[in-house]
Design a binder for this molecule. Sequence first.
Ligand code: DAH
Length: 335
Amino acid sequence: MEAKLKKLLSQAKEEVKEIKDSQILADLKNKYLGRKGDLAVLLKDIKNVATEERPVIGQIANEVKKELTHIFNKLEHSINQDGASDLDFDPTMPGVKREIGHLHPNTRVQAEIEKAFAQMGFVVFDGPELESEYYNFTALNIPEDHPARDTQDTFWLEDNNVLRTHTSNLQVRMLEKYGAPFRGIFPGRAFRNESTDASHDHTFYQLEGLLVDKNINIGHLIAVMKSLLSTVFQAEVTVRLRPGFFPFVEPGFEMDIKCLVCEGLGCPVCKQSGWVELMPCGLVHPKVLENGGVNSQEYSGFAFGLGLTRLVMMKYKINDIRLLQSGDLRFLRQF
Ligand code: DAH
């Protein structure tokens, strides 16, 4: 019996050698190890073995079974793997182009503007979005109860802190810290408590600029702005200046650009006027300079508050501001 078992094992080993097909292998496994297979049939004879020899034969039979099972399983595994990789890998197939992310249009425009300003010697600064009432309003010559505060209703927090309504909050902070002369831009998020529509959102991006030096006048401001806009739009854009009131500049202006979404014909973005308010600006109010510790007799400067989100909308002809923060991939994939 022992000899028969060993023969069965060596025969199986021999037969298995050439097999490459999983079906043939399965049949062979069944032939040897199946319920009515060769091994099972052979073991039926164990009743004819002398009682004292049975444990030894039983153990040998077990070992043979274990080894056969191992051989078959191993081969099964390697055939399946080869088969799978044969199917998956075809070296003649063109490469798979994986979808990868890209910069948000807002980030892209911000980077372009930062680069343009850096070339004009401006340094890029970051600052707090959660701001004290002082830096957001009071330091900018917007006293309590001034109507200018009403147009910038925001989210009030404890201890008279606010979500900043504009990036102008950094003007006095920066002057306090670095003094004059100063040349910086402050891009970032601003917040307003207002109902949303195609051109208003509670969260949006601005890019503030501040330049303080000796003998700065409006000519410097206009030259810097024109240079910037032509970089961003890669073309001459039509602009107009209107007088505008902001307590922290004197004189103050509104710089408008001809709506690039409708090319001046009128659309929801430009409120049918053909023009979009892009950038309020002006010469820094002496009180703001003084609040920042800068001598207003010696120094003057200009400031502007670029509507970064608006600019992005103009550049990419986006007709609803809410799309920008929606996180909607159908929208984002278009850029
Ligand atoms: N901070 C103002 C706003 O968000 C915009 C502004 C106006 C900024 C005039 C300026 C400026 O720097 O000079 O409404």
